[in-house]
Design a protein around this ligand. Structure first.
Ligand SMILES: Cc1ncc(C[n+]2csc(CCOP(=O)(O)OP(=O)(O)O)c2C)c(N)n1
Ligand SMILES: CC(=O)[C@@H](O)[C@H](O)COP(=O)(O)O
Ligand SMILES: [Mg+2]
Length: 668
């Protein structure tokens, strides 16, 4: 990392309060450079963080966000992907060289990492509610901690954020909501409120506000907050236009101020110092630029929202004379495979519509939108609404494909149950990022979708092993009249085509379409196998590699591709679960109520032997940020780990099953 002496001298927020205005500006420059270098080296969230450098400096300059629980002021981030400047000012600037690497700082706030991080977050819409909770807690205990929540313009439209605003309006004490409005989500923000903010930004009112707020913030008297309240009220009463964004907040009992310039550091400091003493809830609308500071990030905030590591080389190809190559990795990933499969089925079936909750690029649906724009909907960060709307669309005879990360469908669980499953409506859920996600860490792992979907009557649960199977899964799903969830990871699809390369006889078996609840054999030894591996989903590649390694050691294993977790293939289980024969289930899901649990439950209810079943999956503990490969290796889901588990299971097969407890580490 380029030396940044001023930044590297900051050990705690108080260290910036002695800096002169010019020093604060150069601190901002050094922070931007450190952020840019850290993300270009390691990957991470870039544009959002570049946009909040001045805002974060001003907040830490005006408030005393000390280590929790001391405070005395408390700062919450919504989503938390924009926390890098906050981490730099709270003593972690020196660790950005290894951002999101194993053992280094996370890309989101993590209380275990620092007492300056109050909540572990990563899912949008929560900060207002937690801030209201902390404000009420402080008030209940007779204290007066200042509470601040930073919320983005795309996150504030989330239903939970609206619930928070609704309750914040009843607070009889200070609480500051910073609406960080950069006019962007990951892609274009969606919905009426986003359009409203856009109109405010471009309306004459905005210009009036901007001119006036520049006057106010630079000539504030040193009196407490009342002066600014009166001055602001005077301004607002003079504004005739209905464009005023504040009316929505004011109607909810929350004073609205702004928009003010989020890159004007002196102005921000003046303004924040003043409104700190306003003893009622305030929304401060701050206008920022996503990617501010670098041409390539300002001009392409979506591309640089959360890029993988990239290299910037002098070249005329891209703005500002910089050619940027983002390390996209090699091979085709599951996201692209899904997009291609969705386009293929949509071209054959006019009932198909696709939906995303503000993740068109992440889910691959931006590719679908280019091909069939009229059958693509981006709801913004509104997963619950998306699922309920999909149910409504299915009710009319359409076949919605809801592409939502596994971790984000958690937000809409009740709509998956009530609107979709209870009403027996044929919505297809494409759950990307199922399993370990790598650098985003624990907050984003898709670890529990089976756990909450399995109990839903009528739900079909599928996990394809490769791209051809993903296409078959989608085609089968469209033939069913009930809900289906298809899960796949943040990874590349296996390069090997199992039919071609593993078992030629699979060709006739696999080339046919899927039958509901039917698995397939990937490797078969006609009854002479020493053990059987039953894999659910994309870890099939690792399982086949493990089988090859075992075969080299003279160990024969059959490999079953389960394909279905619900309905599970009972005939297959009746074949493989035989007395004394080790069976290992393998899944990229929590061991708690995952695929292996489904196998155990089926075996138990059908009086099949369970004592030789070993379940391999995500253990019941937090796995933090590192690469997905490291995460899988950490928990024994890599080929070597699977080989070792098979050998242990074979060894144990000879012992009495009642004396071989599950290894303790599975339950820590
Ligand atoms: C519930 C949920 N859905 C989707 C996401 C994915 N996501 C992360 S950041 C982001 C956009 C946030 O936009 P905004 O709040 O305006 O912040 P900005 O990046 O513009 O600073 C989205 C959709 C998420 N983190 N949480
Ligand atoms: C902050 C957030 O939730 C998203 O930016 C997420 O980190 C994207 O994840 P992928 O990089 O896996 O698309
Ligand atoms: Mg935004």
């Amino acid at each position: 990392m380029t030396p940044a002496p001023l930044l590297d001298s900051i050990r705690k927020p108080a260290d910036i309060r002695g800096l002169a205005p010019a020093e604060l500006e150069s601190l901002a420059g050094q922070m931007r450079q450190r952020i840019f270098e850290a993300v270009s080296t390691n990957g991470g969230h870039l544009a959002s963080n570049l946009g909040v450098v001045e805002l974060t400096i001003a907040l830490h300059y005006c408030y005393d966000f000390g280590p929790y629980p001391g405070g005395p002021d408390w700062l919450m981030f919504d989503v938390g992907h924009q926390c890098y400047p906050h981490k730099m000012l709270t003593g972690r600037a020196g660790q950005f060289g290894t951002l999101r690497k194993r053992g280094s700082i996370a890309g989101f706030p993590v209380p275990e990492e620092s007492p300056y991080d109050l909540f572990a977050v990563g899912h949008a819409g929560t900060a207002i509610s937690t801030a209201v909770g902390m404000a009420r807690g402080s008030q209940q205990q007779g204290k007066n901690n200042h509470v601040v929540a930073v919320v983005g313009d795309a996150s504030i439209v989330n239903g939970l954020a609206f619930e928070g605003l609704n309750n914040a309006g009843t607070l009889k004490r200070q609480m500051l909501i910073i609406l960080n409005d950069n006019g962007m989500s990951i892609s274009q923000p969606q919905g009426a409120f986003s359009e409203y903010l856009e109109r405010v930004r471009v309306s004459t009112t905005y210009e009036e506000f901007k001119r006036f707020s520049e006057k106010i913030v630079h000539r504030l008297p040193t009196t407490v907050g009342h002066a600014i309240e009166h001055a602001w009220d005077a301004l607002c009463s003079s504004v005739k236009s209905a464009m005023w964004a504040g009316q929505m907040f004011e109607a909810m009992g929350i004073k609205y101020m702004g928009p003010i310039d989020g890159h004007d550091l002196p102005g921000l400091i003046n303004f924040l110092a003043e409104i700190k003493h306003v003893d009622k809830p305030v929304v401060l609308h701050v206008k920022t630029q996503k990617g501010n500071g670098y041409e390539i990030t300002k001009n392409e905030p979506t591309k640089f929202h959360s890029p993988a590591a990239f290299r910037v080389e002098g070249s005329p190809l891209v703005q500002n004379g910089c050619r940027v190559e983002i390390n996209k990795g090699t091979g085709k990933n599951w996201t692209t495979a899904f997009a291609d499969a969705a386009i293929a089925v949509a071209k054959r079936d006019s009932r198909v519509v696709t939906l995303t909750a503000a993740m068109p690029d992440g889910t691959g649906l931006s590719k679908f939108e280019k091909e069939i724009p009229e059958r693509f909907i981006d709801t913004g960060i509104c997963e619950s609404h998306l699922v309920a709307m999909a149910a409504g669309m299915a009710k009319t005879g359409l076949r919605p494909i809801a592409a939502v990360y596994s971790t984000f469908i958690q937000r809409a669980f009740d709509q998956v149950w009530q609107e979709v499953a209870l009403n027996k409506l044929p919505v297809i859920f494409a759950l990307d990022r199922a399993g370990y996600v790598g650098d985003d860490g624990a907050v984003h792992h898709g670890f529990c979708d089976l756990a909450f979907l399995r109990p839903l009557p009528g739900m079909t649960l599928i996990a394809p092993t490769d791209e051809a199977e993903l296409n078959r899964a989608l085609r089968l799903s469209l033939k069913l009249d009930t809900a289906v969830a298809i899960r796949y990871p943040r990874d590349n699809v296996p390069t090997c085509n199992f039919e071609e390369e593993v078992l030629p006889e699979l060709r006739e078996q696999a080339s046919g379409e899927w039958e509901l609840g039917k698995s397939r054999m990937l490797i078969r030894h006609d009854g002479e196998a020493d053990a059987t591996l039953v894999v659910y989903g994309a870890l099939a590649g690792s399982v086949l590699t493990a089988a090859e390694l075992l075969s080299a050691d003279g160990v024969k294993v059959d490999v079953v591709d389960a394909r279905f977790c619900k309905p599970i293939d009972g005939a297959m289980l009746a074949r493989v679960l035989r007395p004394g024969h080790p069976v290992l289930t393998v899944e990229d899901h929590s061991l708690e109520n995952g695929f292996g649990s489904a196998v155990l439950e089926y075996a138990n209810s059908h009086r099949l032997p369970t004592d030789q079943i070993t379940r391999l999956g995500m253990p019941d503990r937090m796995i933090v940020h590192m690469t997905r490969k490291e995460q899988l290796t950490e928990v024994g889901l890599d080929p070597a780990g699977i080989v070792s588990s098979v050998k242990q299971a074979i060894e144990r097969a000879g012992e009495r099953s009642d004396v071989a407890p599950m290894p303790a580490e599975r339950y820590v």
